[in-house]
Every structure is written in structure tokens, then in C-alpha cells.
Design a protein around this ligand. Structure first.
Ligand code: G6P
Length: 615
């Protein structure tokens, strides 16, 4: 989805803006633009397509500017053309926007009647003209006071979601923004201030960040950040230090961010466990996990809501949490949850799981749950994200920045955080005795090294991909916790390689999908030695009997499975608790290598966005 950046300070070059936009590329976009304000006026360059197109035009921008804004656009209203790319100008106002202005048609009619000419098909251009119109109406006060007042009037007239970046030629050292529904952070360094859709855009320049909340207007100057509410009340909020580094956002020698991030599964799990499991006592540290203030003892049930890969992490955690904490767990797609008749009460804990912490479906669902009286917990990866702000409590997954659009290491970290939540509940509700709790704590601690061994499969899976990249369809099956892993594996394959893939609980095979099986159907069968092993083997036999081709994932010494399979991925021996973490890795690698073999854009698959801020 769109990304915005802004700068005010001693001077930034065109490449500053381009590089900051590059850090937001992962959000997904199809055109881009930059505006730089100097004593000679404003220079705007925009381009259709990837940032490399905009890069070709950088020499037409001034060498330095004290104020500037940049944008990556993910088209909603109007095609991804140069003309529709942001920023848009109206008189002295230059504006760009992440979000959607829902009432733009009515506003446009009014503005056309007042003589404004529209040059684009976007909803955003309405905001530029409207702001200009309100600014023009004000005849007294300094230009900055008039801008603030005009902006307050504009935000009162807009319906939808927005995070703006705004320049005014009459106030050459000020940058303005307003936020409702779309993410926005501001950063501060020596004599410079910044704004952006996410901290990744700015980590190179500062670690001091402040999250802007809904219904707030921000005025940035080189030495100050002023925030006020839409009705003009000043807001004071301290800056927070974020420990993300530039190195964490580079490829580190890997061919793609995704391959690097798959290789970061172990560290993502280890960091998420760190400080939260107390090995000596065999207990969970509730404060470090971020759940100490929740009424864990008196809860009657959990509802976990999420989208995409996060949803599959949630589905998987249900097995573990129900088994350990002995509490009912429902898992819902956020986009569906929101429109169901709510049955939550103060004894329901609704857990929002989201890598980005910005997904609109999840955000709206958790808002609704909170409004209906539920306790809420955010399990998010991006510190200070909107979903985290919305919830009673926040449990960070510590995967570090995830740049590849398709989520991988964040999945492992989410699973870890949700397993920890299960153990925290078990500890508080005494559904496990001390020895059982210690057993699980010890199991979790083993996960990073077992997952590390699973990464050793990368080369053999790369070779295997040569036999799979030409397929037009694949089926994935698994039972118990391996079913959500099958779902995750098939999602990853679809996202990255555009090969049609479906996943079924292996027990469901006979209720329909078995009709698909013939000698052309390849089935990825997750069959590690767990409680469901024998039953899954029977399903594999059924597929074989109908000529289907088997790619089996099971323990490396499983000769029975090896014999049944056409292709075999052998994972290290491990306990049932650890298994899903270990089987997820080869499926992520399989999708990755098939996509590489097909030559698709692995880090930015077509049509997808990392942070989906529309419903
Ligand atoms: C998008 C991404 C998926 C991701 C989903 C949920 O659709 O392409 O990879 O799983 O959003 O994102 P979240 O940030 O809420 O985990």
C-alpha cells in the first residue's frame, strides 16, 4: 500500500528521498513521486512503475532542499500513471496521501463548481484543492497559522483514511501532516525532523520515533515536532528509541530478502523467547511477554483474529493453547470476524496477530472487539504500530524488520509468541503443574537450534524445485498442527510462484478433494511422526492408489515414508511441540526455490502489498 515520507532540516538531496522510498518499497506500489521545496519554488518529479523510473528523473530535481516529501502509490482510484502519481499541487499547496478519501465525489463536485480543475483521476487531488480552498478563504494570520486552521477545517470534511505529507510554498521551512486510519510516524535527529509510513524508511537517519495517533495534525520544523488534535488541542508525547538497525534491513549477502528472512527463523524465535522464558525456574515472565496486566486467571475463552500468514500462525497456536491452557480458543479471519454478531464479554481475550500491526481488517476487527467489551492483546512485529496502540496489552514478536512481502520469519516469531501466551495462561490458571510447565519451557528453548538444522535442507530443496516449477497446481495435506502448516505452505507457493495450490486437512481428503487425484496431481504430504502419523500414512496410500504423486515431508530416518514417496524432504528428529516450527521451514524454502526457478519477483510478488491498509 502507499508509502509517505517527509523531511525538514538543513538540506536533503533527491537521493535521500529516493532511498527512504526504497525502504518502503516492500509495502507494495506501482508509481512514485517526490517534491522538493527551495527558495526558487517547488520541483516535482513523478513516474509510473518502479522507483528505477523515478531515479532517472532525479537530475531534474534541485541538489538540496530544506523541505521535501515523497510517495510510493498503490493505485486505488485511477490507473498507476504518472499523472495519477502523487504529489498533487493546488496553488501553493503540494500534497501526497496514503489512504482513501471515501467522499471524494461529493467534494469534487463542490470544488469543480468553485472553479478547480482536476488533472488526475485520484481521490487525493480533492484534498489538495480543498486545502487550497480553505487556505485562500483565510485572510488574517501568518501563513503557518492559516495552514493549520485550513488543515483543521479539511480533516473535518474528509471521510475515509489518510496520512498526508503537505508542503506550502508560503511556509518554506514547515511540513504538515494529518492522520486518520493510515500509519504515520515522526522521527527526530540533530536539526532535522522526518515523517514516514513506517520506521523502516528512517532508521538510517534516526532511532528516535514517535507514533502519530488518529485525529492528530503534525507540524514539523527542523528543531521541533508539534502535534495537535483535529480540534486544536496540543498533544505532548515523548520520542521512543527503536533498536532496529540498517543492517537488519539489508540483504546481508543473500540473493533476496525472503531467503535471508527464511534463514532468520531461528533468530526470530530466539529473540521472541528471550527474557520471556525463565529456564531456571521453568516459568514464563508475564511482564516481559506484555501480558501481566491482563486478567489471565479469570478469562473464559480466547478469540484470535488475523489475516494471511498471521491467520495460519493463529490456527496453529489453537492446538497448543487448548492443550496447555485448557481454555477454548476460536480463530477467525479478521475480515469475517468484524461482520459477525459479536458474543464477546469482559472475560473474552481477543488477540490480534499481525506482522505489520497496520492491516485494516485486523485493526477494524480489534476495534469492534474492544468496543464490545473484550480484553484485547496485540501480537505484532512492528513496535508502536496502530494495532498495538489499540489494544489493552501488547506482546511484541521480535522478528526484526521483515522486508519480503510474503511473511516468513514473522510467522515463526508469531507462533513463538502465541505458544508463550498459551504457557502464560497455563501458568496463571494452573492447568499445567510445575513439572509440565518446565517441560514445555525446555521444549521451546530447543526450537531455534532444530530450526537451524532444518535450514540445511535449502540446497536439496533448490534441486527439488527443478521438478516442480512447471506444475500448474499442487495440493498440500496435513493433520493436526500440520494442517495449518499445509495451509501456510500452499499460501506461500501461490503468493510467490503464482502456481495454484490448495491445502486440506488430510482427513477431509475423502470428502471431496480426492476427486482431483490422478497421475497429474502432485500432493505435498506433511507426515512427521506425531499423534496423527498412522492416519496420514493411510491418506498417502489412498493418493498413491489413485496414481497421485507424493512429495512427503517427514523425519529424516523414516524409511517407511521414504518408500511411499516420489520425493522426500527429511527433517531432523524432534518432539511434537517443536515439529510445526521445523516443518514450516522446508515449505517456505520450497515456495522460495520454485519461485526463483520460475523467475517471479520473489520479494515483491505481483498484486500483493506488505501492509494492507484497505479493507
Ligand atoms: C498481506 C501480506 C501477507 C500477510 C497479510 C497479513 O496480505 O501479503 O503476507 O500475511 O497481509 O499481514 P499482517 O501484517 O497483518 O500480518
Amino acid at each position: 500500500m502507499c508509502g509517505v515520507i517527509g523531511y525538514v532540516g538543513a538540506g536533503a538531496s533527491p537521493s535521500f528521498f529516493l532511498n527512504a522510498l526504497r525502504r518502503l518499497e516492500y509495502r507494495g506500489y506501482d508509481s512514485a513521486g517526490i517534491a522538493m521545496l527551495t527558495a526558487d519554488g517547488v520541483a516535482i518529479q513523478r513516474a509510473e512503475g518502479k522507483l528505477s523510473q523515478l531515479e532517472r528523473k532525479l537530475d531534474q530535481l534541485p541538489a538540496k532542499a530544506k523541505v521535501g516529501i515523497g510517495h510510493t502509490r498503490w493505485a486505488t482510484h485511477g490507473k498507476p500513471t504518472e499523472n495519477n502519481a502523487h504529489p498533487h499541487r493546488s496553488g501553493p499547496i503540494v500534497l501526497l496521501h496514503n489512504g482513501i478519501i471515501e467522499n471524494y465525489r461529493q467534494l469534487k463536485e463542490r470544488l469543480v463548481a468553485r472553479g478547480y480543475q482536476f488533472l488526475s483521476e485520484t481521490d487525493t487531488e480533492v484534498a489538495a484543492h480543498l486545502l487550497h480552498d480553505e487556505y485562500k478563504k483565510l485572510t488574517s494570520g501568518t501563513p503557518e497559522a492559516r495552514m493549520r486552521s485550513a488543515l483543521r477545517s479539511v480533516v473535518g470534511q474528509l471521510k475515509g483514511a489518510f496520512a498526508f505529507g503537505i508542503l506550502c510554498l508560503d511556509t518554506p521551512e514547515v511540513l504538515y501532516s494529518a492522520k486518520l486510519g493510515s500509519p504515520l510516524v515522526v522521527g527526530q535527529a540533530e536539526g532535522e525532523t522526518f515523517m514516514a509510513s513506517g520506521i523502516t524508511a528512517l532508521v538510517e537517519h534516526t532511532r528516535q520515533f514517535m507514533v502519530v495517533e488518529d485525529h492528530e495534525i503534525v507540524v514539523l520544523k527542523p528543531e521541533s515536532v508539534e502535534i495537535e488534535t483535529f480540534d486544536g488541542q496540543p498533544v505532548t508525547r515523548p520520542f521512543q528509541r527503536v533498536e532496529w538497525s540498517v543492517a537488519m534491513m539489508e540483504k546481508g549477502g543473500y540473493r533476496h530478502f525472503m531467503l535471508k528472512e527464511i534463514h532468520e527463523h531461528p533468530i526470530a524465535i530466539a529473540q521472541t523467547l528471550n527474557g520471556r522464558v525463565q529456564r531456571d525456574s521453568g516459568t514464563i515472565n508475564l511482564t516481559d511477554l506484555g501480558v501481566a496486566k491482563l486478567p489471565l486467571k479469570t478469562l473464559s475463552r480466547l478469540q484470535i483474529i488475523a489475516c494471511g500468514t498471521s491467520y495460519y500462525a493463529a490456527c496453529l497456536s489453537k492446538y497448543f493453547i487448548e492443550a496447555t491452557a485448557r481454555i477454548p480458543v476460536e480463530v477467525d479471519l479478521a475480515s469475517e470476524y468484524r461482520y459477525r454478531a459479536s458474543t464477546v464479554d469482559s472475560k473474552t481475550l481477543v488477540v490480534a496477530v499481525s506482522q505489520s500491526g497496520e492491516t485494516a481488517d485486523t485493526l477494524q476487527a480489534i476495534k469492534a472487539a474492544r468496543a464490545n467489551g473484550a480484553q484485547t492483546l496485540a501480537v505484532v512485529n512492528v513496535p508502536g504500530s496502530t494495532i498495538a496502540h489499540m489494544c489493552h496489552a501488547e506482546s511484541l514478536t521480535k522478528a526484526g524488520p521483515e522486508i519480503g512481502v510474503a511473511s516468513t520469519k514473522a510467522f515463526a516469531a508469531q507462533l513463538t509468541a502465541l505458544y508463550l501466551l498459551g504457557l502464560a495462561l497455563a501458568q496463571e490458571r494452573q492447568s499445567l503443574n510445575d513439572a509440565q510447565l518446565r517441560f514445555y519451557v525446555d521444549e521451546l528453548v530447543k526450537i531455534p537450534s532444530l530450526v537451524e538444522r532444518s535450514l540445511g535442507l535449502s540446497d536439496s530443496i533448490e534441486r527439488l524445485a527443478n521438478r516442480y516449477h512447471h506444475l500448474s497446481s499442487l495440493l498440500f495435506i496435513g493433520r493436526g498442527p500440520q494442517w495449518p502448516i499445509a495451509l501456510e505452505g500452499s499460501l506461500k507457493l501461490k503468493e510467490l510462484s503464482y502456481i495454484h495450490a490448495e491445502a486440506y486437512a488430510a482427513g477431509e481428503l475423502k470428502h471431496g478433494p480426492i476427486a482431483l487425484i490422478d497421475e497429474n496431481m502432485h500432493v505435498v504430504c506433511l507426515a512427521p511422526r506425531d499423534a496423527y502419523y498412522e492416519k496420514t500414512l493411510s491418506n498417502i496410500e489412498e493418493i498413491k492408489a489413485r496414481g497421485g504423486r507424493i512429495l512427503a515431508v517427514g523425519q529424516e530416518n523414516d524409511s517407511q515414508l521414504l518408500q511411499l514417496a516420489d520425493d522426500f524432504i527429511g527433517i531432523p528428529e524432534c518432539s511434537e511441540t517443536v515439529l510445526p516450527f521445523v516443518t514450516a521451514v522446508p515449505l517456505h524454502l520450497l515456495a522460495y526455490w520454485i519461485a526463483v526457478r520460475k523467475g517471479t519477483d520473489v520479494d515483491q510478488p505481483r498484486n500483493l502489498a506488505k501492509s494492507v491498509t484497505v479493507e
